[in-house]
Design a protein around this ligand. Structure first.
Ligand SMILES: [Zn+2]
Ligand SMILES: [Zn+2]
Length: 183
């Protein structure tokens, strides 16, 4: 996902709106598919403030994520706000001193500003970061998902199992009292 800032690069205060759409269904992290089932859509505005290129927008997609209780895959609509600042990298003596983005170190390296070269800003990383922090940590397939039986693993949404489970485990209860009295 890329945006070309050519039209506003010399125009302080200038901004324009854009919409990008990309299929990330093959995207993996640590060998695991991330589960994008709909294209990632970024609707944004980018402006040149004179200090930085400021991007604001919203990102939308759908992901298939396992329910935290029953592990059944659940399709979730993910929406995220995005606001990022970008600055063009320095070129000293016309030479590119910094091999890769990740190795870039300079005056504003401590600030939360992304660097780019030329006229095109690659947005993949910031878009993905903003999406992933918006994914619920414990997604549920439904509010009242009953989860899996802790003894036999049966999906209790699909029917009862024949295990008998006491609601309160007496050993756990004693342990809890001991821990509580310790405070
Ligand atoms: Zn569930
Ligand atoms: Zn069971």
């Amino acid at each position: 996902m890329q945006v070309n800032i050519g039209p506003i690069k010399d125009q302080k205060g200038g901004e324009f709106s854009f919409r990008l759409e990309e299929d990330w269904s093959d995207l993996k992290m640590d060998g695991q598919p991330l589960g994008f089932v709909s294209p990632v859509v970024l609707k944004g505005k980018i402006g040149w403030t004179g200090e930085c290129f400021l991007l604001r927008g919203t990102i939308e997609t759908e992901m298939k994520i396992a329910c935290a209780r029953c592990l059944e895959p659940k399709q979730l609509r993910i929406q995220a706000e995005i606001m990022e600042e970008f600055r063009r990298a320095h070129h000293r003596d016309g030479q590119d001193e910094y091999g890769d983005d990740t190795g870039a170190k300079d005056d504003w390296a401590d600030e939360d500003i992304q660097e780019f070269r030329g006229l095109v800003i690659d947005l993949d990383e910031v878009v993905l970061d903003n999406l992933l922090v918006s994914v619920p940590i414990k997604p549920l397939c439904k509010e009242d998902c009953r989860g899996l039986c802790p003894q036999c693993g049966q999906d209790l949404n699909k029917g009862e199992c024949s295990c008998e489970i006491d609601d309160i485990n007496p050993h756990m209860d004693i342990l809890r009292k001991l821990l509580d009295s310790g405070d």
